[in-house]
Design a binder for this molecule. Structure first.
Ligand code: C2E
Ligand code: MG
Ligand code: MG
Length: 612
């Protein structure tokens, strides 16, 4: 059945999201002007809802609505024409109206008409004694109605309404909260619920597989359901293309209330939206007090809660200050690292010796990055490296480390020392087309032989884009740059890939050494890794060797090199230099050296090689 004119008018009114919104100074200013113009005690911007006149703005009245029945504004809305009633008591229709019964005698109203021609209600003035309205006064009242409509349109045009969903956006959310704060100086508790339709990964997948129309459809369905199902006092805003924030009238205090609220929402939605659109929906709940928390913080808190809920595989989550703190810290580290790269003195390298197991001499060192934050102090690489590696800063990080390590290596070279230095590179570097060229340029700049530096890569980094990574690794290897597979055994790569990585060294992750003395199956595993690696032509380095027993066992299994606290922790450059002078070089070639492994060390031969 086609919609009636009145139904369309009501739909247009609802679409504007004006009903039941807090008072707003932008409208109140116009209302005051109307009262002043007519020298009357009462004026209002009155919207004609289904069965009430609701005042978006009011001057001289306390209540925010009156019944639509026999309201003169309703006549204005229905006719789209201005109306003057000089004396309600003398008017046969309005004589027994709500207004007349409450002492109102005079009414004048001009229509509030949208660009599409729908009349939303009236800009009206009311008086308690009978009166006439001059043509000039009515012209001004028309102008004020036009100003109200300009303000309504401004809200749409000035980026307050999302063009796709028709929901008010974050700007409006901020403004409404500011209005609420003015209206409620007693800071009552409220709650914001962030409805997140899809995680970033799911959104990416949906876009790739199903295209944008799927997302558009999902958004329009859910928004329509959300809008229809809104409880009195609730209001929804668009927070991002697939996130909405619902401002609730009161606080949800605990899990039980939140579960009940969410169940209600999902029930309401599931009658209107196909289930598969709701599969990945999560809700983040942020309780707050009006006027005490900024709109941005409320959104951030709700987002944080939704994010945590998704990460934990739950439908909803409450905001947690601890999660937030952790999140803020991560964010801060990310931001501050850019400065650390530019400023002197925050970053430094330490060097952890790598030992030849057979001769107990030091062959070189792994360069490990350290960061002393000016305020937070020493930050562990286990914390900051994974954060930075997810950002574009991963590239300048490696550049900094390579340059610093090579500069140091060149200084040692000048001092007659030639330890091989291993540098960790990130997955992002393996996607850089000119990485090999830049490594070579860095070697040249520091006047170093190509085997002075070894690059450590992890299997998982290679697997992120195997084809591209293997091409790059081959070009590094063709140039004679040595490669090591770091943290071996922690990724999921297949043996066929392992065989295709043109590396010289496999570094077995320290997790494999745990309980190696008592656990025979673990021992068998390490033995198998060593044997297989040797067959494929790799030398094997054991990481994280902490006890002599483990070292003995590794020697028995034929492992070539070891790195770990048993020998030395990562050392500052000067300390490593002294250490290397004491332990550096090999007194004899390793017994089980494979062709590629033989002669790969660069340490100077020293007669006193071995542990101090
Ligand atoms: P990784 O490359 O596997 O480095 C070995 C880590 O094991 C180092 O941790 C080292 O201090 C630690 N370690 C060494 N011997 C022992 C031991 O006997 N027992 C135990 N429990 N641990 C030992 P660190 O320096 O905290 O670095 C952690 C990770 O951060 C590194 O693991 C590496 O993945 C990353 N990283 C460090 N520096 C850099 C860098 O310059 N660039 C990149 N991309 N990553 C880096
Ligand atoms: Mg490493
Ligand atoms: Mg490692």
């Amino acid at each position: 059945m086609p919609a009636t004119r009145e139904e369309l008018r009501l739909a247009a009114l609802r679409q504007l999201n004006l009903l039941d919104t807090p008072p707003s100074e932008a409208f109140d200013r116009i209302t005051r002007m109307a009262a002043h113009l007519f020298q009357l005690p009462i004026a209002a911007v009155s919207l004609t809802d289904q069965d009430r006149q609701w005042f978006k703005s009011r001057f001289g009245v306390d209540h925010d609505h009156i019944p639509r029945h026999k309201a003169p504004c309703a006549q204005v809305a229905e006719s789209g024409m201005a109306l003057v009633v000089p004396d309600l008591l003398q008017d046969s229709f309005y004589r027994d109206s709500h207004l007349a019964r409450n002492g109102i005698r005079f009414y004048a109203g001009t229509p509030l008409i949208t660009r599409e021609g729908y009349c939303l209600g009236a800009m009206c003035v009311l008086g308690t004694s009978p009166r006439a309205a001059t043509a000039e006064e009515m012209n001004s009242l028309h102008d004020l109605a036009a100003m109200v409509m300009a303000q309504v349109e401004l809200q749409h045009a000035a980026g307050r309404i999302d063009p796709i969903s028709g929901l008010p956006n974050r700007n409006q959310f901020e403004e409404d909260l500011a209005d609420l704060a003015r209206e409620h100086p007693d800071n009552p508790p409220r709650v914001a619920m962030l409805v997140d339709l899809l995680g970033p990964e799911q959104a990416g997948n949906a876009l790739r597989v199903l295209g944008t129309s799927y997302l558009d459809e999902m958004v329009s369905r859910v928004v329509a359901a959300l809008r229809e199902g809104m409880a009195p006092g609730e209001r929804a805003y668009q927070a991002s293309p697939t996130q909405y924030v619902v401002l609730g009238p009161a606080a949800l205090h605990d899990e039980a209330e939140a579960t009940a609220w969410l169940r209600l929402q999902l029930d309401r939605m599931s009658t209107r939206v196909e289930a598969h659109f709701l599969d990945s929906l999560v809700v983040g709940i942020a309780p707050f007090h009006i006027g005490q928390t900024s709109a941005r913080d409320i959104l951030r808190m709700a987002y944080c809660a939704a994010h945590a809920a998704r990460a934990q595989g739950r439908r909803f989550g409450f905001y947690s200050a601890e999660d937030d703190e952790a999140h803020r810290r991560r964010f801060r580290l990310m931001q501050d690292f850019a400065l650390a790269l530019r400023e002197q003195g925050q970053l430094r390298l330490v060097y952890q010796p790598r030992m030849d197991i057979a001769t107990r001499s030091c062959l070189g060192a792994e360069a490990l990055l350290r960061w002393r934050h000016p305020i937070l102090g020493e930050i562990s690489p286990g914390e900051f490296i994974p954060i930075i590696e997810r950002t574009a800063l991963a590239l300048p990080l490696t550049t900094w480390v390579l340059d610093q390590a090579m500069r140091q290596r060149a200084a040692w070279q000048r001092a007659g020392l030639a330890p091989q230095i291993s540098v960790n590179v990130s997955a992002a570097n393996l996607r850089e087309r000119d990485f090999a060229t830049r490594v070579r340029a860095c070697l040249d700049r520091h006047d170093l032989p190509v085997d002075a530096v070894e690059l450590e890569i992890t299997e998982s980094a290679v697997m992120e884009d195997a084809a591209q990574a293997l091409t790059l690794l081959r070009s590094l290897s063709d140039d004679g740059i040595r490669l090591a597979i770091d943290d071996f055994g922690t990724g999921y790569s297949s043996l066929s890939y392992l065989q295709r990585i043109p590396a010289q060294v496999v570094k077995v992750d320290r997790a494999f050494l745990r309980d190696i003395g008592s656990d025979s199956s673990r021992r068998a595993l390490v033995e198998a890794i060593v044997t297989l690696s040797h067959r494929l032509g790799y030398a094997v380095v054991a990481e994280g060797v902490e006890t002599p027993q483990v070292l003995d066992m590794l020697a028995e299994l034929g492992c070539d090199e070891a790195q770990g606290y048993l020998f030395a922790p990562p050392l500052p450059a000067e300390e490593f230099e002294a250490w290397y002078r004491r332990h550096g070089g090999m007194s004899q070639p390793p017994p089980e050296a494979s062709g590629r492994w033989r002669g790969r060390h660069g340490g100077e031969a020293r007669p006193d090689a071995g542990l101090a």
